[in-house]
Write a protein that binds this ligand. Structure first.
Ligand code: TXA
Ligand code: MG
Length: 324
């Protein structure tokens, strides 16, 4: 079983495991990540194994600073501007790889691009101490909701890994926004912890949307982030036997009969809602309800990413091809 160690005491143990080609679950500002040394094929393979990821999808390489980022990928003025504005933080940039960067090909699934992110807090400190980038997908087993607490990681992966570093609940609560640089344009691959509007403001132009060719990010597949219970969106009334995931101050009709009720944000704050989303879905799932009814959530700001995750959780389950 995994040990859980608080961030303040975890550094040396985490470093020793990573140096030995093992994986460690770490807090980031978005969600918990299952980290391995991105230059070590054994470490990277262990990530896929622990998650039970059905096929090798590319991982995000996490860096400590710009110098490390520039050794791995090729930046241009546009990507440098995004990095300067949003790093460290919940933005992932898909960039051309710098040849000979030492990143194990399993990280990028053989692509000539690489997804890069500079996380805040313990993750950044750990990467700086290790001196090498960390590959890290969300620390959840395949097809499950991303973990936003050390306890959620432990409950899911505790039997398969040796260390969970406990940094408390992750502040953002949603995975990073992923964008790909395509010449003079930038394409949104996955909405996430930074609202699209903020990125467009920094760039002074709108983002391209939709995959350029086929599925580029498995997070774009329809069924994803699936809890055990069925999920019903835009609920204006609660049906018999349902749990209710609420938002704001006005309740869906019949709310008092809900098997369980959690409110993402009483005050209607989308940041607060994002940070509560995965933990509350797990709570409601544990209530034993057959279905989680979800009240309407506005699409503005972080509401886009919240609705994205909810619609994947609600999608039919028979088309699970893969997940992140
Ligand atoms: O907030 C986050 O992004 C968290 C924390 C741990 O950093 N990580 C995370 O990783 O959500 P993961 O593996 O669950 O999702 C990464 C996504 C996947 O959908 C993957 O397909 C996509 O990034 N991706 C990685 N490399 C790519 C590339 N070269 N081109 C396009 N998509 C890529
Ligand atoms: Mg994931």
């Amino acid at each position: 079983m995994a040990e859980i160690i608080f961030v303040a005491e975890a550094m040396e143990r985490a470093l020793a495991l990573l140096e030995g080609g093992d994986v460690v679950a770490i807090p980031t500002e978005t969600v918990y990540g299952l980290a391995g040394d991105a230059t070590n094929g054994i470490g990277v393979a262990r990530i896929f194994e622990a998650k039970g990821r059905p096929r090798f999808n590319p991982l995000i390489a996490h860096v400590a600073d710009m110098a490390m980022a520039e050794r791995i990928a090729l930046f241009d003025p546009l990507s440098r501007k995004l990095a300067e504005t949003f790093w460290p933080g919940p933005l992932t940039l898909v960039l051309p790889q710098r040849p000979g960067n030492g990143i194990h090909p399993l990280v990028t699934a053989g692509l000539d691009t690489i997804a890069l992110r500079m996380p805040r807090g313990f993750g950044g400190d750990l990467i700086a101490r290790l001196g090498r980038p960390l590959a890290a997908p969300s620390a959840n087993s395949s097809g499950r909701i991303s973990a936003t607490t050390a306890q959620a990681v432990f409950g899911d992966l505790g039997g398969r890994i040796r260390l969970v570093v406990d940094g408390g609940a992750t502040p953002v609560g949603l995975e990073s926004t992923i964008v790909k640089i395509e010449g003079s344009r930038v394409r949104l691959l996955r909405p996430g912890g930074i609202a699209v509007g903020e990125i467009e403001l920094a760039l002074g132009k709108t983002l391209l949307r939709g995959a350029a060719a086929g599925i580029e990010a498995p997070g774009m597949l329809a069924s994803h982030y699936a809890p055990g219970a069925a999920v019903r969106l835009n609920a204006h009334a609660v049906d018999l036997g349902e749990a209710l995931l609420a938002f704001g101050s006005r309740r869906a009709a019949g709310w008092e009969h809900a098997v369980a009720l959690s409110n993402l944000s009483e005050s209607g704050d989308l940041r607060e809602a994002a940070s509560n989303l995965f933990a509350y879905m797990q709570d409601l799932d544990r209530s034993g309800a057959s279905t989680i009814a979800v009240e309407p959530i506005p699409f503005e700001g972080l509401g886009e990413a919240i609705n994205d995750r909810l619609s994947r959780a609600a999608a039919p389950r028979d088309n699970i091809v893969s997940e992140t």
